[in-house]
Design a protein around this ligand. Sequence first.
Ligand SMILES: Nc1nc2c(c(=O)[nH]1)N[C@H]1C(S)=C(S)[C@@H](COP(=O)(O)O)O[C@H]1N2
Ligand SMILES: [Mo]
Length: 223
Amino acid sequence: MTLPPGQRAVDGFPRFGTHLHRPAPPVPADPVIELRGALAEAVTLSVTDIAEMPRQEVRADFHCVAGWSATDLLWEGVPFKTLYRTRVEPLLRADAPVSHVYFEGLDGYRSVVLLEDALADDVLIADRLDGQPLDSDHGAPVRLVSPGQYGYVNIKHLCRIEFHTSEPPVTDRWSPLAGHGRARVWKEERHRYLPGRVVRPVYRTLIGPIRALSARGSGPTPR
Ligand SMILES: Nc1nc2c(c(=O)[nH]1)N[C@H]1C(S)=C(S)[C@@H](COP(=O)(O)O)O[C@H]1N2
Ligand SMILES: [Mo]
């Protein structure tokens, strides 16, 4: 099994992230995803309606920028590309070409990716993992899954997607840990300004403390 540079396999799939000090947000009774930004009109889609769109399975490893990888996960959901082509493109203004997509979760966690990266064939709005409905550890009711990009762009508890014509301001842009804008795992794009292999050892030391913050994480602590 080959992993991207600087990654180590872990047993199982830990709950992880920067919002671990709080329990996962409760799933609303009728969850929706709001589509906003450079659209002729705002759209609110129910998660149930999205689940009825043409579906796809993606078998992939999952890579956290801190250096652990969960291997051989089976995701199910609707390709982001399908959502974009059918629900977003018809509403785009000709004078406003979309370049960036912003994703936000119910816990306030957010990420920005290039439209080009979001349209990759293996990017899903996933609602199932390994044959089960997504649980709250891993992003219920739905999460973004982009296996070619580090975990931090794989937004859990997805509730809002915005379409932008330039890079929207990201809150952590000037933080010492500011993530790379593309986050491609095979190119080791870990950090916004520093080479991936330079920050590797620093990021690795964060795994333990981050896990320790977990209010109700599950699974083993990655090494
Ligand atoms: N809503 C939300 N999404 C999130 C995070 C988070 O804290 N909140 N953490 C990110 C990070 S850094 C990683 S590595 C993965 C972890 O996914 P997991 O908890 O399913 O392992 O979720 C990403 N998506
Ligand atoms: Mo991560």
